[in-house]
Design a protein around this ligand. Structure first.
Ligand code: C2E
Ligand code: CA
Ligand code: CA
Length: 649
């Protein structure tokens, strides 16, 4: 018999290339990756021994028979075991890290083990094949077992794939279902033309498909920096938390601050070069092989062991390096960074919680409250947990529009009545008790929820004004607070007008209040919005004046209806003559510019006298009234509002 080994030899080279590339791929020590390496090794060895054995059988008269026997035996063991390796690979993809995988491996390996025994006893009974010096190679009576085993594994792969099709991703399903079919078809051709050896080509095709779609290193590496990407880190963390939840590890995220500025200054391409440099440095300073590109301008360093000295050394090295400039071409920058660190202490933890914790640590580091390196300790984790609860409650209350509105009356010195009021959002009841604005407003802003909240508030306030009007209670205007984030909305003007119009509330009954910091953050958007609102008859108020953000030129360029002096100005003026003089003159200036001035946070008789002496128009503070629920506010306005004064008058 003569055999053609051309296809087999070319396939061997191709498989060698795939193997080399696959070694540089995912470094995740998952079962799937290990089995894939096993598949490559078994297939490569099967093909190599097949070629060698074929050549040796040709030359059986010149080569010692024991050598030909040995190589052929190895080939006979490996060829059907390729089927086993694919089967195990399929099982590892389907069952990933679940407990079932051990059972599947154990049961699946039985036929392979029995067959291996059959090959091992073949020299004694020659049921599979014989090689002797007279006839060379001859087939034995049970040679078909070799094919049957291979087919059986291919069929088993298809069966478990189809059986589990619901839990597999559609694309992976197609690949897993395709490669055993491909392998079986080639083997059928092989049996039709037994002198062309094709088994290795079939296997190579199958592995190539798997490599390109499931094991390709592009899937796990970041294209720019060549380190594993975020998904790979998540897979790694998932694996670690599942396999050895008690094992300690440390995760550090290094975040470059304002990297966008660098891109803006020197272009994306140079920006990429800076990122590459930083990444190369982190790979040197960080834990070997465990540096990941976490996001555009963030890198994660995973320390698989909690070696405090190593971690401190690494953090210090990063801090030191970040004090030095980085150079790309003619561009030279100091790159400022912050770091968030979490320590997994072996207590129960999910991937989601771990990622949230490290992102929270980075977020806190960015806020500057904890220095540039923020270590997420127990206390912070508790805070994070509470924050997550508040977020969930906010989501719920936004969906149900169930949060409450309180109103704080504003006293008008000229008329001696409460002509205005400020609307203030409240969460008096929740599963964690009352939550105060100082806590939930910043969270609503950070999560972007404030945008929808503001629209709901505006609607509630319109309805409240309508109710007052229906009952004949007069009110000059109700102030609604707008936060800076609102100005990121493209259709803000239209949306605001729509809400007010839908309620048929007079535009003049509303005043939109935003803070100095909002004005400083988005001067243009705020200015345009304010002018547009004024055109529609909606008044505008500046809140928290004196907290140190605004450019006075900007403030006077917008025709604010009112400027509200911040509590701190009022309180500071109480025992500081210079401050008092400054506030008094500021008040005079604003009034001369046609604005009304409101004093906020007035709690005592002395404070009231002081601000009255400044010449303010209105006063808001506990001295007159605290914020109160709607029903109480109705009562209050009935007794103390403009209408009450008219009646008395
Ligand atoms: P703000 O806009 O400056 O609101 C005035 C705050 O001062 C209110 O606190 C009010 O209760 C408090 N206040 C009034 N008079 C006095 C006083 O005499 N003494 C003292 N110590 N405090 C006084 P509140 O309701 O806790 O709100 C705090 C902040 O939360 C608000 O400051 C505002 O920035 C934000 N906020 C509250 N409700 C809303 C809302 O509906 N929307 C938005 N965007 N922010 C809101
Ligand atoms: Ca306010
Ligand atoms: Ca204020």
């Amino acid at each position: 018999m003569s055999w053609n080994i051309a296809a087999e030899s070319i396939s061997l080279v191709m498989l060698g290339i795939v193997w080399v590339y696959a070694r540089k791929g995912s470094h995740l020590p998952s079962l799937k990756n290990k089995i894939f390496q096993g598949c490559l090794m078994v297939t490569f060895s099967a093909m190599l021994t097949n070629i060698l054995s074929t050549v040796m059988i040709y030359e059986y008269q010149r080569i010692p028979l024991w050598m030909t026997w040995t190589v052929t035996m190895v080939y006979f063991i490996l060829t059907p075991l390729m089927g086993l390796a694919y089967f195990l690979y399929t099982a590892s993809v389907i069952y990933t890290e679940s407990a079932d995988i051990r059972k599947v491996i154990a049961i699946g390996s039985i036929p392979g083990a029995v067959y291996t025994l059959l090959v091992l006893v073949n020299p004694f009974n020659r049921v599979l094949f014989d090689i002797n010096s007279r006839e060379g190679y001859t087939r034995g009576s049970l040679i078909s077992v070799t094919y049957i085993i291979f087919y059986a594994y291919c069929v088993a792969s298809i069966v478990i794939t189809v059986w589990n099709h619901k839990r597999i991703d559609k694309n992976i399903y197609k690949i897993l279902a395709a490669f055993p079919i491909l392998a079986v078809s080639v083997i059928i051709v092989q049996q039709m033309y037994p002198n062309v050896i094709l088994s290795g080509s079939a296997a190579t095709c199958a592995l190539l498909i798997i490599y390109l779609h499931l094991q390709n290193k592009q899937i796990s590496l970041d294209y720019l920096t060549n380190v594993p990407n975020r998904q790979e880190l998540l897979n790694m963390l998932k694996l670690m938390l599942k396999r050895a939840p008690q094992k300690e590890f440390v995760l550090l995220v290094v975040s470059l601050r304002e990297f966008r500025q660098i891109n803006n200054t020197c272009g994306q391409q140079k920006g990429d070069e800076f990122l590459k440099q930083v990444c190369a440095f982190l790979c040197e300073a960080g834990p070997e092989g465990n540096v990941y590109r976490y996001s555009g301008d963030e890198f994660a360093l995973l320390f698989p062991k909690k070696d405090e000295a190593q971690i401190i050394k690494c953090v210090k090295a990063i801090e030191r390096r970040m004090e030095e400039p980085w150079q790309v071409g003619d561009y030279c920058f100091i790159l400022s960074t912050v770091m968030g660190i979490i320590y997994h202490d072996g207590t129960e933890q999910t991937l989601e919680k771990t990622v949230n914790a490290v992102e929270y640590a980075v977020f806190q580091a960015k806020s500057g409250k904890y220095g540039q390196v923020c270590y997420c300790d127990k206390k912070m984790l508790e805070k994070l947990e509470r924050r997550n609860k508040v977020i969930a409650i906010l989501h719920e209350q936004v969906a149900e529009k169930s949060f409450e509105m309180y109103y704080q009356p504003i006293y008008c010195l000229e008329t001696g009545t409460f002509d205005y009021a400020e609307s203030l959002m409240r969460i008096p009841h929740s599963e964690i008790g009352p939550i105060y604005p100082d806590e939930f407003i910043p969270i609503a802003e950070e999560t972007g929820l404030i945008i929808d909240i503001t629209y709901i508030i505006l609607d509630k306030v319109c309805k409240f004004i309508n109710r007052l009007t229906q009952k004949g209670i007069k009110i000059g205007a109700v102030h609604v607070n707008f936060s800076a984030l609102q100005f990121s909305q493209l259709n803000l003007e239209a949306k605001v007008l729509e809400i007010i119009e839908n309620n048929h509330t007079p535009m003049s009954a509303l005043k939109i209040e935003f803070t100095e910091s909002t004005l400083a953050e988005s001067t243009q958007a705020v200015t345009e919005f304010a002018l547009d609102m004024l055109d529609h008859g909606i008044r505008i108020g500046l809140d928290d004046f004196g907290t140190g953000y605004s450019n006075i030129a900007t403030v006077i360029s917008i025709p604010f209806g009112t400027v509200k002096l911040d509590k701190s100005l009022v309180w500071g003026a109480m025992d500081n003559k210079k401050s008092a003089l400054a506030v008094k003159n500021l008040t005079k200036t604003f009034k001369e510019l046609g604005m009304q001035v409101v004093a906020e946070g007035v709690e005592t008789e002395e404070q009231k006298k002081l601000v009255a002496d400044f010449g303010v128009d209105q006063i808001q503070g506990y001295y007159y009234a605290r914020p109160m629920p709607e029903a109480e506010m109705e009562e209050f306005m009935l007794r103390n509002g403009r209408g009450a004064a008219d009646q008395k008058g």
